[in-house]
Unconditional design. Sequence first.
Length: 122
Amino acid sequence: MKRLVIVLSMAVFAGCYNDKKDALYPTGVTTCDTSNVSYAATIQPIFTQYCATSGCHDAATKQNGYDFSNYDGAVVSVDPNKLLPVINHASGYSAMPKDLAKLSDCNIAKITAWVNKGAPNN
């Protein structure tokens, strides 16, 4: 009987641990790295997917004079007082991308970081 109590006690205590639930089961923890944002690797793919689409800000259409299909066209369009409010869907500005959901917070953060660094062609 003593042996059974000892074995059961060991099993109960061996199953206990002091880890926190958040550490064991993280929920949707993602990071958004804005430290190494470059035009070629980070910004151009966002612009290509959401801005430089047919009928919008591509090289052929240049809607409202904006061409996001290449660096030369994009950098001319990068006025932080215009670009950042439209991608943030700020009141009083035309929300972009037009007729689509707002860009992800991470994509907005990357564009903002790039603009704040002077929109370099890197």
